[in-house]
Design a protein around this ligand. Structure first.
Ligand SMILES: Nc1ncnc2c1ncn2[C@@H]1O[C@H](COP(=O)(O)OP(=O)(O)O)[C@@H](O)[C@H]1O
Ligand SMILES: Cc1cn([C@H]2C[C@H](O)[C@@H](COP(=O)(O)O)O2)c(=O)[nH]c1=O
Length: 230
């Protein structure tokens, strides 16, 4: 099937001979093995003689600046970019034409994911393999990852192991009180959990956030009160 697909020609679209692109999406919670799976597929494409390039978001400063790194330390050199539109420009037009396969890690951080994938696969004939979080710590759709599902050839949803009971984990629980959507971190900030422990964990975290918030309000109102004259 793969051999048939890669020989399909798009020459009728713009007169130039190009092969059809592909889009493969890997989603799941943190620690599910998304980056591991992306690296395995990219390495395998490279071993099959295809020109590969890897991109990650420059927001991800966790383990290395210019490498994609898994939680257990596997590494692959990459372009760390603020957006995907800058990829072709960084690489140069000639080098971009020669790339067959593009891996994208931490896809939730790229706002221009949809437009980039459309152009690269539909027009430029690239195979794109994307790894990212489908949901944030509140299980809301994260970035543009779900928007590219209708464009995809394949979608793989991976699971991790619940850190509290060992069952399959579908969600990323944030262990700290921060409430912004984007918060870079690893096992210090997040843990993979099953549904039951996500629900329990959210109740505990919500209570902790409320306590912190009320302490903050109290100390602010005390600061506003003039000190008593003794
Ligand atoms: N709770 C955890 N804390 C730290 N490392 C973990 C944890 N659970 C799994 N791992 C390791 O992380 C690896 C997966 O890493 P990675 O591919 O980077 O995941 P993802 O990209 O989905 O976050 C697993 O093979 C395992 O060795
Ligand atoms: C759930 C959640 C995660 N993030 C951040 C934390 C990490 O830096 C990445 C995910 O990395 P991984 O390779 O999938 O382990 O995303 C965030 O910013 N907000 C969230 O809600």
């Amino acid at each position: 099937m793969a051999a048939f697909r890669s020989s399909v020609s798009l020459s009728s679209i713009d007169g130039k001979h190009k092969t059809a692109g592909e889009i493969h999406v890997i989603v799941g919670p943190m620690f599910a093995g998304k980056t591991t799976s992306l690296l395995r597929r990219i390495k395998s494409e490279g071993n099959n003689g295809r020109n590969v390039a890897m991109i990650k978001s420059s927001k991800d400063t966790r383990y290395a600046k210019d490498s994609v790194v898994t939680h257990d330390g596997l590494k692959f050199p990459c372009w760390a970019l603020p957006d995907l539109a800058s990829f072709q420009q960084k690489l140069g037009d000639d080098a971009y034409q020669k790339v067959d396969v593009i891996g994208i890690d931490e896809a939730q951080f790229f706002e221009d994911l949809y437009d980039f994938c459309c152009k690269a696969a539909d027009h430029d004939g690239k195979t794109i393999i994307i790894a990212g979080l489908d949901g944030d710590y509140l299980r809301r759709s994260f970035g543009s990852v779900l928007d590219i599902i209708p464009l995809a050839d394949t979608i793989t949803k991976l699971t991790a192991r619940c850190e509290l009971c060992g069952k399959r984990a579908f969600f990323s629980l944030r262990k700290t009180a921060e409430t912004q959507t984007e918060l870079i971190g690893g096992a210090d900030v997040y843990m993979p959990v099953c549904r039951q422990h996500y629900v329990n964990g959210q109740v505990v975290m919500e209570a902790a956030r409320n306590v912190l918030e009320s302490c903050k309000v109290q100390s602010e109102s005390q600061a506003d009160t003039p000190a008593a004259v003794v």
